[in-house]
Design a protein around this ligand. Sequence first.
Ligand SMILES: [Ca+2]
Length: 378
Amino acid sequence: MIPSLKNKMAQPALAGLALFTFSLVAAAAAPSAAVPVKRLVVWDGEQANKGAGWANPKGATVGPQTVEAHSGKTAVEFKFKGSGEEWPGTGWNWCAFQTGDYGTDITGFKNFTFWMKTKGKIADVQLNLLCNGEKFDMPEHHTEKVSALTYCPQLLDGAWHQVSIPLADLKQPAGFDPLHVGELQIFNAGEGDGSFFIDDIAFEGLADNKHLSAAPTEMLVNGSFANGTNNWVISAESGATGQAEVVGEGPDGKPALRLKVLKVGDQPWRFQFYQTGMRVAKGKEYVLTFWAKANQEGDFTVNCQQNHEPWAHPTQEELPISTGWKQVQFTFVAAWDDDNVRITFTNLGTAPGRTYWFSGCSLVPASETKKTAALAPR
Ligand SMILES: [Ca+2]
């Protein structure tokens, strides 16, 4: 019998369920690059060490430990004891059960993979993936379960093994959101008394999906601010000071970067924020889209700038900002072939007390069409 796992988080009274949260360093599990990557580690206990879990039945535990690890010093241990009736199980959520726009976009990947070591009496290792919902654990969409033993028959021999499962085998039900996957569920389907050690949870391999390769490539990392201010630089200098915080005050409660000017410097641009490291091609058009508002009407400037000498920024635009959320688009044609440009939101340091909110930033190539106009420096 498979117990109903539906609404398990929404019903904390469910007998035997234990929820474990770990406020480890909220380090970035963010994708390491905007271009398609061949491997994305979502949890390894070291660089990507955010996470929280639940375990069932009563007495079972889950959490990071440092006795057994595949990488570094840390792996998750799920320790359980139970009869086959109970299907001892756990969920390890690498978004730490954050609600909203969290989770991993798995659409570009071919395989789900992790390292595992087992100890004690084990019956089977069934697993599936969960996506995040708009609210905490709702809707709870699971892929179909598979047995890890199908992919790694020697898994129960007590040594570390990599288990690699084609995502195509983890069949997604209607409504499953592959853009926000956040949890590995894993079950000992049968009688058991032992431990699963899990480390280096990752997605690997590029999906051979023509439809996806035609989609625009997001060039910003953490443009949504879902990972706080990771990948962004907030700069106040020459006397300018300010406060920066990521808050849930964006459109529809999404994360927003809130910047408050405390003191202005000698120039408005002394207070700015930016992201670096994008590659642009001369003559190619790019579209920056974001949401913005302020506590007073005014204007500010966005540009695409070289992130090195001579810091040229021929492509910039002064934009109005109002007290209500507005989605803003800044289209520019790259003036150079350059693999280290930055997108800067600047001229923010105009008056003490002025507060800005930015949310949902995205930068994509407009098309492959070469443009010849608008290349003249201003
Ligand atoms: Ca590790």
